[in-house]
Write a protein that binds this ligand. Structure first.
Ligand code: BGC
Length: 362
């Protein structure tokens, strides 16, 4: 008996020495929501590029659409000694517990792209101007519409993501006056029709609309919802249609479903993220526009903020976002609307993606 305990102790000692010598120190822990969308693979790749010269050690973990996994990731990074947590929450409210845990362990918490809600444990928020994203999408539809009675189909992101509300709010700012004046007629949301005379919606009102038009940021949900909407709609609700699609992944699914409907003559569809497959869709005329959110800028801002904190400073803020508990200091970045007319300049000439990724570019 004694001998076996001794052996266990020896093995434990050897194991801890070996794992200690292999353990990489991590100063900055990065947690991203999922590998299943090109958007977040983009962020991983851009982080990896930036980390080569960052001057600190970092590790990137993915939560795969699970708040439980996200919490385990945060705990793993805390255990590895991280001093800064850069986290894009899968679910804004559920992530509060992870932020609290990191904060209690002494880390600085940077909310990345999506804001963590209902906690005081967020130090800084790096983001794009998400209202401007929605406004760019809405404006694109407005600019392409002529006359009155144009069918409008609305889609949104997941209600667990604070950004979904900001994108929708931005789009509503621009679309609502054009719904009120008869340019557009909403075809797929009775709640949005009930509220169409209100220039500004409360969060609860937006929540009601989102309940009818959410894609959950999921391609299959987007496809199924669109097909259900098109089944309910008659030929008179189709023809030349206008589609507010919240991001590129869902836009490809939604645009494909409209393209397959024999009563749809033409469609104008929006998106965001400048994902490679959607840039190809734009070149091929299968998606009308995207909003370029230059992830290189977001990664640089997050990286600069981390370095500031590591050096004992405070990152620059130009704005605050209320997360239900506190006003979080932030530095929102600009976005650019991209369609076939400027795709070469905005995407290729800017070095965002290489021309070799695409076919049919002149
Ligand atoms: C991001 C978008 C992304 C979406 C789905 C949002 O929070 O801002 O860029 O397309 O989540 O992952």
């Amino acid at each position: 008996m004694k001998k076996s305990i001794l052996w266990i102790l020896v093995l434990l000692f050897v194991f801890s020495v070996v794992s200690y010598s292999f353990a990489q120190p991590v100063e900055v822990g990065i947690v991203l929501p999922t590998k299943d969308e090109p958007r977040w693979i983009q962020d991983e790749a851009r982080f990896n590029e930036a980390l080569k010269t960052a001057g600190y050690s970092a590790e990137i973990l993915f939560s795969q659409g699970s708040s439980a996994r996200e919490k385990e990731n945060v705990e793993a990074l805390v255990t590895k000694g991280a001093k800064i947590l850069i986290i894009c929450p899968h679910d804004a409210t559920a992530a509060a517990a992870s932020a609290d845990e990191a904060k209690e362990a002494g880390l600085k918490v940077i909310s990345y792209d999506r804001l963590i809600l209902e906690t005081e444990s967020v130090d800084y928020y790096v983001t794009f101007d998400s209202i401007a994203v929605g406004e760019a999408q809405g404006q694109y539809l407005v600019d392409k519409a002529t006359g009155t009675g144009n069918p409008l189909y609305l889609y949104a992101g997941a209600a667990t993501d604070n950004n979904s509300f900001l994108f929708f709010e931005g789009a509503w700012n621009v679309l609502q006056p054009k719904i009120a004046d008869g340019t557009f007629v909403i075809k797929n949301s009775s709640k949005a029709i009930d509220l169409q005379d209100k220039a500004q919606l409360t969060r609860a009102e937006m929540g009601e609309i989102l309940g009818q038009i959410t894609t959950e940021w999921d391609f299959t949900t987007a496809k199924n919802l669109t097909e259900a909407n098109l089944t309910m709609a008659g030929p008179e609700d189709k023809g030349d249609v206008f589609i507010l699609a919240p991001n590129d992944g869902t836009s490809r699914a939604i645009s494909d479903a409209f393209a397959d409907d024999k009563d749809v003559t033409s469609y104008v569809s929006t998106g965001q993220d400048a994902e490679i497959p959607s840039i190809q869709y734009i070149i091929d005329g299968k998606q009308s526009m995207t909003v370029l959110k230059d992830v290189r800028t977001l990664v640089k801002d997050a990286s600069d903020a981390a370095v500031r904190y590591l050096e004992g400073g405070v990152p620059e803020a130009t704005h605050t976002y209320n997360n239900g508990r506190i006003d979080v200091p932030a530095k929102p970045s600009k976005v650019i609307a991209v369609d076939e007319s400027n795709v070469k300049e905005a995407i290729i000439d800017s070095g965002y993606w290489d021309a070799s990724e695409f076919t049919g570019l002149d």
